[in-house]
Design a protein around this ligand. Sequence first.
Ligand code: FAD
Length: 120
Amino acid sequence: DLPPEVYRQAVDQADIAISITDPRANILYANAAFTAITGYSAEEIVGRNESVLSNHTTPARLYQEMWTHLAEQRPWSGRVLNRRKDGQLYLADLTISPVVGHDGTTTHFLGIHRDVTELN
Ligand code: FAD
């Protein structure tokens, strides 16, 4: 088994935006790449909901599909239009995975995203 500090550093330093939320998408953790992409420091984003990233132009249908998957403890991947802290928009390729506890309930969500604006 790897020491927890190794996992911590691997996630902190990964070259892709990573966040961990509670079951209601309130952010508990964000790595350095998340700050680089969104413009929000970990200090200012922790405690806020992932919806602060939404530009509110992604169709509600997409979020309904997302939350239906997550409620069934299935991962979801898709593209959403996000807004950085400075107001600039970017297209995010996003994967959300449920973290399931010993009792079978979803304790957290893991969010991983990258900016794919240039690829489109
Ligand atoms: P919301 O009030 O969240 O609702 C939009 C629709 O989603 C509603 O019609 C409702 O049916 C459904 N819904 C919302 N919450 C739930 C729930 N708990 N259970 C069931 N159905 C629900 N969104 C982004 O736009 N960009 C991101 O980068 C992003 N990253 C995320 C990362 C993680 C780890 C998680 C868990 C969520 C992420 N989200 C992201 C989704 C975000 O939490 C919001 O649901 C989304 O941004 C829509 O916000 P809203 O305020 O417009 O609408």
